[in-house]
Design a protein around this ligand. Structure first.
Ligand code: NI
Length: 174
């Protein structure tokens, strides 16, 4: 268990700052299959809602969601090369991240999102979701652009968190 948890990259790790690259079909399918298998195990152990590839050290545009939101996500758990259009009212919601362990903060984001992505077989699909599913998609897509949710907090909140974030970075693991 510890080995898998250790693989989640923690704030301060440069891989979390990268803009990730798109995946190619069918060339990358074997890589994708292995990566998704690994990420599913990691997400199960770590008990998060979602996990993006950069969080396990891979700068590629892929994220997974827990099966808890299967219905809202129309049966999809793997999202590859996602393109999104956030819309709707801004909504306040508490967020956390496996790469920023122990920090939970209220963050405002658009309440809904339209998404187009590919599944593990390279088939395109679209979704139009709100609620927690929208929040999950927006959070994970930020990871693919090298953005952590704590970077989107107000300057005052960031200042208040500075000491705790520094400690997490120094410790470097969960
Ligand atoms: Ni996260």
């Amino acid at each position: 268990m510890q080995n898998l948890l250790k693989r989640v990259r923690i704030i301060g790790d440069p891989v979390l700052k990268n803009k990730s690259n798109s995946l190619n079909f069918p060339a990358d399918v074997p890589f994708i299959m292995n990566l998704v298998e690994d990420m599913r195990k990691t997400l199960d152990m770590a008990e998060g809602l979602g996990l993006a590839a950069p969080q396990v050290g891979e700068s590629v545009r892929l994220f997974i969601a827990t099966p808890d939101h299967l219905e809202e996500l129309n049966g999809h758990v793997v999202f590859i090369n996602p393109e999104i259009r956030p819309y709707g009212e801004m909504e306040k919601r508490e967020e956390g991240c496996l790469s920023v362990p122990g920090i939970y903060e209220i963050l405002s984001r658009p309440s809904r999102v339209e998404l187009r992505a590919k599944d593990i077989h390279g088939n395109s699909f679209t979704l139009d979701v709100g609620g927690l599913a929208a929040r999950l998609i927006l959070h994970e897509c930020d990871h693919l652009d090298g953005i952590l949710f704590v970077e989107k907090l107000s300057p005052i909140k960031r200042k208040l968190l500075k000491g705790r974030l520094k400690k997490i970075k120094e410790r470097g693991t969960v």
